[in-house]
Design a protein around this ligand. Structure first.
Ligand SMILES: Nc1nc2c(c(CNC3C=C[C@H](O)[C@@H]3O)cn2[C@@H]2O[C@H](COP(=O)(O)O)[C@@H](O)[C@H]2O)c(=O)[nH]1
Length: 304
């Protein structure tokens, strides 16, 4: 069939255009040597089932969209490295989830979130989430997402799309068009696709058999995990920059090369193992702390 390329095709075209193996190369031989044990893969659990937001599909979709509007940069640069975001005992994305569960309250709807965080005030974000990087940007994203009924409308659209039995990067792209500030700035649509993936994860927890075709590898965790298992090879100068916590500019050749190789390498790895790309990414993401002290590349961005 001819026609418009899908959002996923556009993302992969972008990755192919940005791929610079002299900076970051996918090692196809290393991938071929990886044990292919698809039976060890299980689907991601998002843990919305049994929570207030998980009482209705619309609530779960709204939660997925609100949370992922903030799912980026859980670190702050310091003079000699970084500090990590924490909320209670939880760090990074898990900390955000804990903070948001608390803010969400007992209703299935996002009403309380809108009350607490809909103002666009940076201070409101700091009050609810605690010390977190780019608080002003987060406040602006939340104002966009929580304005009027826009979150409910986007959630309803996602619920309806899932009725077809399949969610894809196209649904993420639609989210990006609805919320150009919160979701529309990343050419790889990572958080928009994570929102879609979360909702698919919720539906699976409910026992529905939903297909999800997305590509969510281009974050800061995946490149370091894939470097540690030697699926990605970094040029020595770039590796040295990453290891010494030197900031890497958003949209620089280096950042684009890192994201491109991560997306392409993950796709190759998923094909080799025989699992979906998001299952592949999530297993790697869940095991991200097993790759020791390899630092992640530090790019100040709201994309991931
Ligand atoms: N591929 C993939 N990337 C994901 C996630 C999540 C949040 N997930 C969950 C939370 C509870 C559920 O059980 C979910 O599993 C965050 N990230 C990305 O990683 C980075 C944050 O990393 P850290 O600083 O270490 O928390 C950041 O770029 C963020 O965008 C995912 O699930 N899959």
């Amino acid at each position: 069939m001819t026609g418009q390329p899908t959002a996923k095709e556009r993302i992969l075209a972008r990755a192919n255009a940005d791929y610079q193996p002299e900076l970051v190369a996918v090692d196809a031989d290393a991938i071929a040597r990886m044990p292919a044990r698809a039976d060890r893969f299980s689907h991601m659990a998002v843990g919305l089932f049994g929570k207030p937001a998980g009482q209705t599909p619309e609530g779960a979709a709204a939660y997925s969209i609100a949370l992922n509007s903030l799912n980026f940069m859980f670190w702050t640069p310091t003079t000699d490295g970084i500090t990590r975001y924490h909320w209670g005992d939880e760090g990074g994305a898990h900390g955000l989830k804990a903070a948001l569960d608390y803010a969400w309250g007992e209703e299935p709807t996002p009403a309380r979130l809108r009350e607490l965080l809909g103002s666009g005030q940076e201070q409101a974000v700091l009050d609810v989430l605690g010390e977190i990087s780019l608080a002003r940007r987060r406040a602006q994203f939340l104002r966009e997402v929580l304005a009027g009924d826009r979150l409910e409308e986007a959630a309803a659209e996602l619920v309806q799309a899932a009725g077809s039995g399949s969610l894809t990067s196209d649904d993420a792209e639609r989210l990006a068009r609805r919320f150009p500030m919160a979701y529309g700035q990343d050419p790889y649509l990572v958080r928009a696709q994570l929102a879609v993936m979360w909702y698919a994860g919720f539906l699976r927890e409910q026992g529905s058999d939903i297909d999800c075709d997305i590509t969510v590898a281009a974050s800061y965790q995946m490149p370091r995990v894939m470097r540690s298992i030697k699926v990605l090879k970094f040029a020595p100068a770039l590796a040295a920059k990453i290891d010494s916590h030197t900031l890497i500019m958003r949209e620089s050749d280096e950042e684009r090369a890192i994201r491109a190789a991560t997306v392409l390498g993950c796709q190759m790895l998923a094909r080799h193992v025989g699992v979906s790309e998001h299952a592949m990414v999530n297993v790697l993401w869940q095991n991200r702390h097993a790759c020791g002290t390899i630092p992640y590349h530090l790019t100040i961005t709201t994309d991931y």
